[in-house]
Design a protein around this ligand. Structure first.
Ligand SMILES: *[C@@H]1O[C@H](CO)[C@@H](O)[C@H](O)[C@H]1NC(C)=O
Ligand SMILES: *[C@@H]1O[C@H](CO)[C@@H](O)[C@H](O)[C@H]1NC(C)=O
Length: 328
């Protein structure tokens, strides 16, 4: 009798073990793990015959991170016209708040639906993570994945933004990626550049296009080693201070990134993905990637201005809003 029981027991164990073994080897290598079981749409099937030399090989860059703070329902009620992804760091509470209260205010344009999302990784300081968590519960505009938040990991932050749009907001029309110290002239962006009444563009990408090459000086913020990038030229890329694209490009870039070796310069990296995709970025001189002293008429002509403090953000916004009737 006891031998019958242990025989059954043994059989069960063997069955389980083989089932587990089978599952572990039969999992397709191109799915990334830990995604709260929300696979990206069409992950197994690339949209067109572009770029992927061998989709069945293990991704070079699997982006196997989990969302630790997410807003999966933000797009559910209606597809936004524009999603603004803002790369930010934990301590920039003031910068985020000043954007919410000025150009990032989602209610400014009435019918034209705007979503503002702040992108973050995980901080090594648990207190900062907790503070961001609380901020997120108030404003519901923060998305965090569990990679370490650092300057060197900026590319992961951008790819998280692409993944978020592709997964949770694929019906948006346009996306802007920018930083927390950028002033955005939303009127120009929406009415002069994106023009809500015109036919939505596809495979569209624009910003301040840079045609440059790697900086080999190790003291530079933009240093690039020959090991990581041997070529002497970069493909054309848009300055990371602000670029805008049709939302279909988010998934294309994210999928391409899975098979493209990671570079820490996020704007250069996005440029590499665009070249693989055969998408050429349009130059637009309205995207300023330098600081520019404030003057009403000058700021009325631009789309972005760099290096704006939270205090300046409020001052500029208030001045421009209160002088809408003035001519230049
Ligand atoms: C994609 O590639 C396959 C084989 O490489 C080819 O048969 C097919 O026509 C291609 N499809 C498109 C849309 O180019
Ligand atoms: C980037 O994030 C990954 C994943 O969390 C981490 O292992 C790595 O150390 C980070 N890199 C830097 C330079 O912080």
């Amino acid at each position: 009798m006891p031998s019958k029981v242990s025989c059954l027991y043994l059989l069960t164990v063997v069955c389980w073990a083989s089932a587990l073994w089978y599952l572990s080897i039969s999992r397709p290598t191109s799915t990334y793990v830990g995604h709260m079981s929300v696979p990206i749409r069409k992950a197994a099937k690339p949209p067109k015959n572009i770029t992927f030399t061998n989709i069945h090989t293990r991704p070079l860059n699997p982006h196997a991170f989990e969302f630790v703070i997410n807003e999966p329902k933000k797009c559910e009620s209606a597809a936004p016209f524009l999603v603004i992804l803002i790369s930010t760091t934990h301590k920039e509470f003031d910068a985020r708040q000043s954007i919410r209260e000025t150009w990032g205010d989602e209610s400014t344009f009435g019918d034209i639906r705007i979503l503002t999302i702040f992108l973050l990784g995980r901080n090594t300081d648990p207190v900062l993570n907790q503070m961001v968590e609380q901020e997120s519960q108030i404003f519901h505009d923060i998305v965090v994945e569990n990679f370490i938040d650092s300057y060197h990991n900026l590319t992961l932050k951008t790819m998280m933004g692409m993944r978020w749009v592709a997964t949770f907001c694929p019906k948006a029309q346009y996306v802007m990626k920018t930083d927390s110290d950028i002033f955005v002239n939303m009127d120009n962006l929406i009415y002069k550049l994106l023009k809500p009444t015109t036919k939505p563009r596809r495979r569209y990408f624009t910003g301040y296009v840079i045609n440059g090459g790697p900086i080999r000086d190790m003291r530079s913020k933009w240093y690039m080693s020959r090991d990581l990038y041997p070529d002497s030229k970069y493909p054309p890329f848009c300055s990371g201070t602000g670029y805008v694209f049709s939302a279909d490009v988010a998934e294309l870039i994210f999928q391409t990134s899975l098979h493209t070796r990671l570079l820490h310069l996020e704007d250069v990296y996005v440029g590499l993905c665009l070249r693989k995709l055969g998408i050429h970025p349009y130059q637009n001189s309205g995207f300023n990637h330098w600081k520019m002293a404030y003057s009403l008429c000058r700021y009325r002509r631009v789309i972005t201005v760099h290096q704006i403090s939270p205090e300046e953000m409020h001052r500029i916004w208030n001045d421009m809003s209160s002088k809408k009737h003035l001519r230049c």
